[in-house]
Design a protein around this ligand. Sequence first.
Ligand SMILES: [Mg+2]
Length: 102
Amino acid sequence: MKKLEVCELRIAQELASFAFEMQWKLDLNSEKECDQMNPKKEGRSWKKCKADWLLFRLREETLELEKAIACGTKEEIKREAADVGNFAMFIFDTAKQNRRVK
Ligand SMILES: [Mg+2]
């Protein structure tokens, strides 16, 4: 995956900060087994997943975020928000690259 330096991006500092947290979570989860990332075990990338499954996972992540907001720490809230952001990004990327939406 190509990574840009933040100075190359003309985006708000808040968005850059969120994107860095999202990347941190992606890197943290990079060793997960295929069946955790992809129900059909077709490879370990969101790029192998259909948008409807990614949406299912996004909903699960929003529940985790809800729990973190209710009784978690600030760090837990940030990390769960990044998970939500990542799954939304996966769906965005799936549609943008014309991969399987359904
Ligand atoms: Mg999570």
